[in-house]
Design a protein around this ligand. Sequence first.
Ligand SMILES: *Cc1c(COP(=O)(O)O)cnc(C)c1O
Length: 353
Amino acid sequence: MRPEIRALSAYHVQEAEGLIKLDAMENPFGWPDELKSAWLERLARVEVNRYPDPEGKELVQVLRHAMAIPRGMEVLLGNGSDEIIQIIAMAVSGPGRTLLSVEPGFVMYRMIATFCGLEYAGVPLREDFSLDLPALLAAIEAHRPAVIFLAYPNNPTGNLFDTTQLQQVIEAAPGLVVIDEAYSPFTDATFMGSLGAFPNLLVMRTLSKLGLAGLRLGYLAGPAEWLAEFHKIRLPYNINVLTQATAAFALTEGGAVLREQTALIRAERARLYEALRAIPGLVPYPSQANFILVRSRPGEAEPLFERLREGGVLVKKLHGGHPLLEDCLRFTVGTAEENGRLLQILGQDSPLG
Ligand SMILES: *Cc1c(COP(=O)(O)O)cnc(C)c1O
């Protein structure tokens, strides 16, 4: 076994049985019965005895239209965007080559870099979670990264980085820059329209946060020259027939329902943010995603996490993960009822623990 694999711990998923799940940025809403019946009818026509279309051409056409992917850009599908990160990392890895990102950020960038034998460089954000541009440009100069990943909005902080600063990073980068727009349903900001304007820019998204986390479908858009290389290492049938049919259905027949749900989540995010601000001892950070990062009083993140779990609400504890996340928890925006339960427990002034 490679020593760097031995040194890793497996990605840990918390036990959620019987709990209100506000830990993983899932859409809390199901589908109306009518939509479900139409979906099952569509699935009944899928030929599971046949291999899937290797490139998912029909689904790509639907995505091009639904996600306003610029004409002339190519699309690559992944079994979740995690697989796309892995494909990119495999394509660029080699001795002395670096994947660069910012911290705190999405933990899979570092993990996948390690899986694939890439060096990893994580540049700390500033205390307000904005980019530290001088530090980032210096790290780009020092490491000459083969690829830079930046989540926009960022996970777990929820903020958007400054557009002009991001453009400076893209221009300074000697290799690829992937803007990870996993939270695009919850913000109007995007780099999709900038594809082609920078030869090294790629935009990655997923349907997970939109409401289809169980499907596992991510996509990458960018110039054909790069995507042709990635297609070579994509396993031949990485997106199964059920996922292809369901995603295409969800984005067409289910489009209106999904748009309605994301609008509700955006409205709940605003309501939850204001309610959290009113709770003494909690400082929520403004978010453009479907979660809110919250800082508690020193030493209170752990007892708050436990109190929430005992009250039936599972959230993500970030304290201990990074110095900038001291005393922090992350709450996924749920239904009005779920958020109400969260607020009720947080608002209780019973002694912590
Ligand atoms: C959730 C998330 C992903 C992974 O999404 P999947 O498509 O479910 O693999 C990628 N990037 C960021 C920043 C995320 O938060």
